[in-house]
Design a protein around this ligand. Structure first.
Ligand code: ADP
Length: 307
């Protein structure tokens, strides 16, 4: 039997406007092109894990808006199990309004909608599923109390957690000891540590500080610089793969999903991180969040070529 990866998190309907120039306050512009895609960090990570070959189960709430069936269908087509994607009557699925302007500058507004209907009680009812899981993957687009309930339950069950503290929001660091793998980018590390994480020295200092505060393993993602790993007896920088970046949306999500797959397959951490760097490098060469996620064969071919 394949080890189960359970992802608890958000799903969003993304409405993306590409403009040549972002409007000023109160201004209307009419030169946009429009695309509607599916995103949300939880859904992106579940899709990334499933495409990378993981037996992936997604826990999430969606609404009964006209986009909800297609949102669910996109998960199914990626190979994600949706038995625990709950439909909330009369609610609206999470939605993101994204305006992308010159040089990738953007305005983004997220309405959590049904994502905030996932309660600690619902999480606690997942115990039978979590008992069969090999890892629990979490991000921070759900209610804090629901996130903490996930961490408490995983801790009680002795289930490893992979927590991507994204987006950066106030987080009770008393929960860090319940995080087996903490994945943060420089901005998120800064919000946790309280100092700028923008030099190689600061990256190392941030990793040490987070280990001291109880995180089991710290994985700092560094964009085109790759990732820095720190655990009890390991400190290692994993370089990024050199690619032509087109759109880095969801690079961190693809990294987390692929990392979870490699970890449950028993790959040592540096090898797992290299697999995740390969998956995310491929994803930044393509537009969009979920449409850019690579499959297992593509990741393996990419790694072979890079040798
Ligand atoms: P986030 O999207 O959360 O800000 P990062 O930007 O750190 O996360 O990207 C996550 C991972 O994606 C990095 O660790 C790296 O492996 C890969 N990645 C991101 N940008 C690039 C890039 N320009 N070239 C190659 N790999 C990249």
């Amino acid at each position: 039997m394949n080890p189960k990866i359970v992802v608890v998190g958000s799903s969003n309907v993304d409405f993306i406007m590409k403009v040549t120039r972002l409007p000023e306050k109160g201004e209307s512009t009419t030169d946009a092109t429009f695309v509607q895609t599916f995103g949300g960090k939880g859904a992106n990570q579940a899709v990334a894990a499933a495409r990378a070959g993981g037996d992936t189960w997604f826990v999430n709430c969606i609404g009964t808006d006209p986009f909800a069936p297609a949102l669910k269908q996109a998960l199914i087509e990626a190979g994600v199990h949706v038995d625990y994607v709950f439909t909330r009557e009369g609610e609206t699925s999470g939605a993101a309004l994204v305006m992308i302007g010159e040089g990738g500058m953007n305005y983004i507004t997220v309405a959590p909608g049904a994502n905030y209907s996932l309660t600690p009680e619902m999480v606690r009812s997942l115990e039978p599923l979590l008992r069969q899981a090999a890892i629990l993957v979490l991000q921070y687009e759900i209610r804090p109390e629901t996130l903490y309930a996930c961490m408490d339950l995983a801790h009680t069950l002795g289930l490893p957690t992979l927590f991507n503290l994204a987006p950066a929001r106030p987080f009770d660091s008393a929960y860090l000891p319940k995080v087996t793998y903490l994945v943060v980018n420089e901005t998120e590390a800064q919000s946790l540590c309280g100092f700028a994480v923008d030099t190689p020295q600061a990256v190392e200092q941030a990793a040490e500080a987070l280990l001291t505060r109880g995180a089991g393993t710290v994985i700092l993602t560094l964009g085109a610089q790759g990732a820095y790993l720190a655990s009890a007896n390991l400190r290692q920088h994993i370089p990024a793969f050199q690619v032509e970046a087109v759109d880095t949306t969801a690079a961190g999500d693809v990294f987390c999903g692929a990392l979870a797959v490699a970890l449950v397959e028993g790959k040592p951490l540096p090898e797992a991180a290299r697999f995740a760097c390969a998956a995310s490098a491929i994803s930044v060469t393509r537009l969009g969040a979920q449409p850019s996620v690579p499959g297992r064969a593509e990741i393996e071919q990419f790694l072979e070529k890079a040798l």
